[in-house]
Design a binder for this molecule. Sequence first.
Ligand code: SAH
Length: 338
Amino acid sequence: MQSVEVNLDKLMQKLGSVGKPQEDKQGPKKKKKNHGEKVSSPPGGSIKGGAAEQSVKGSSELRKKIKQKKNFKPDGGKSEQQSQNVSPTVNEVSSLTRLQKGMKESLDGARFRWINELLYKSDSSEAVRMMKEDPAVFHDYHSGFRHQVQSWPSNPVSHYISQLSSYPQNTIIADLGCGDATLARGLLPKKLRILSFDLISDGAYIVAADICSHVPLPGSEPSSSQMSEGEAQVVDVVVCALSLMGTNWPVCIREAWRVLKPGGELKIAEVASRFTDVDEFVSLINSIGFKMKAKNDHNSHFTLFDFKKVARTSRTDKEWTKVMSNGGVLKPCEYKRR
Ligand code: SAH
């Protein structure tokens, strides 16, 4: 145990000293303590219990915990701008011993699972607030996500890249919850037009938006009891690949409907273990104004759905609140400890 602590100290010194101003004297002391806590009490192990554990109280507690996790960052004292790139360089990582590398992976993995838990168990407004406060959270989440993707037998985004490649040129696709904008990058040579949205912009591909609140694209909802598909939309296809995360995710589907052209396509890929009842999930999506066209559950990890937008009438706020309260048909996604 002692040698583990010594190694952990060395690891943190190596990672923490990179580009770090000398005057940050409080840093190492604090970090050492927190790192110790994290190792002795791995947070990832406690993400259990599914939808029953979702609560407002839970989400604010989670936020507090995530804030504490900031102290675990190898570059703790950096400025906000610097902290967007918290990963040590290849040279720094390659100079670590095997044990140190293992420990760094455990720390990164634990932080990823904490952020993941917060994203799944709170309203998206909480996620927005957290990412604004500390953009490093977004970076750290995506590093962890990329790591997870490597262990999957297939990735829904790769499937969508090959499927959408055969769509007509100039098809307009909105990727809601685009992550690193892998879809947009993959379809770039195909002359399709991809509009990528996620919580934080990368200054190039990604437009910052809370997709569970408002997608900044044109389109209206019906304003009367007459069947309609709204007007002014420009989007042919909406993709939601593993992005229905906040407890208010049904709002994202409502937004997908609003921005899709009449008859437009909605493609959803979700982790198979999240479904409490696939039929209930499908009825919820249909009730927002869609018709399921295809379901692919051949893959053990993911289920993929194709929906088509159909006409509907307007709804009162009360009716919407009822529809939107059914988000529990998707459980939070739990990642195992690496
Ligand atoms: N679709 C990508 C990324 C999946 S990870 C892919 O398959 O590779 C899920 C993504 O959804 C994350 O990038 C997360 O930031 C984003 N996300 C979750 N909730 C969101 C919200 N309310 N608004 C915008 N993006 C959201």
